[in-house]
Design a protein. Structure first.
Length: 275
């Protein structure tokens, strides 16, 4: 039975507005983790402020292979200098050894950028649009982590959860089931390399601004896993956001709800505090 859960904001450094929202929420004690997109230009300007909050929340890498520009040349995966869409990435990573080598190089660059900005390794790693669990990406990531970091030194996000729990929560059920299926086998592969993962995952949302996000947060805690993780996507809207990401209108809704949020039933915890 879970005694607590990690509440993790994705997409730090995506834009100025998203970054400022996440910083404010960590300062207010409303998040226990946040992941940064170190390929984004905002990372360099915000890394210091982000790193200063390491006592308040776990700070990790939000691996990005589908949004905006990579940190280095990817002539096969991103010949025009922009990352592909998620379906294009999944297909290329699965079928092309050359693309998998490019992905491995970009993973190393994003890890380097995190360490350069923070002066320390990430506390955890997850992926934008869950790219880290894709066949063709997961092995490159696990290989990189095994070479760089001691076993047990960071956590990995496993977006798999039981179909029974997903259906009982009743939020974006089809989407959550698809993501969960995509992650099959990831937990076993991560544990085999000595990297712990969450056990229980929620936060998959329809990104509908008319929904009551505070109520959805409580639904995300139904049938929690033994080491439960809930993701969220707060932010302040700025001109850049709409050009980069389809999730726009719901970000300030999530920010406002999180600022008022008081967990009921389970305590909000850091990764290391989970059973």
């Amino acid at each position: 039975m879970a005694s607590g859960f990690v509440l993790c904001a994705d997409d730090f450094a995506l834009t100025d507005g998203v970054s400022r929202s996440i910083l404010a929420l960590i300062e207010a004690g409303k998040l226990s983790a946040a992941g940064a997109m170190t390929n984004r230009p905002h990372w360099r300007g915000f890394a210091g402020a982000f790193g200063a909050l390491g006592e308040k929340a776990d700070l990790g890498l939000h691996l990005n292979l589908t949004c905006a520009a990579p940190l280095g040349a990817l002539p096969r995966l991103a010949p025009g200098g922009e990352f592909p869409t998620l379906p294009e990435l999944a297909r290329a990573a699965l079928t092309s050894p050359a693309v998998r080598r490019e992905i491995a190089a970009e993973i190393a660059r994003q890890l380097d950028a995190f360490e350069d900005g923070m002066g320390r390794p990430p506390a955890f790693i997850d992926g934008h649009q869950h790219v880290h669990v894709l066949p063709g990406v997961r092995r490159a990531l696990l290989d990189a982590l095994s070479h760089r970091y001691p076993q047990g030194s960071l956590y990995l996000r496993d977006p798999h959860d039981s179909p029974v729990a997903i259906r009982e929560r009743g939020v974006a059920v089809g989407k959550a089931l698809t993501i969960s299926a995509l992650a099959l086998g990831f937990r076993r592969a991560a544990l085999r390399r000595g990297f712990p993962v969450n056990r229980g995952f929620a936060g998959v949302a329809p990104f509908d601004a008319a929904r009551d996000f505070a109520a959805d947060l409580q639904r995300f805690l139904l049938r929690p896993g033994a080491a439960h993780l809930v993701m969220c996507h707060p932010g302040f809207v700025d001109d850049e956001l709409a050009r980069l990401d389809p999730v726009v209108a719901t970000r300030p809704v999530e920010h406002a709800a999180l600022m008022e949020y008081v967990p009921e039933g389970l305590a909000m915890m850091r990764f290391a505090d989970l059973a």
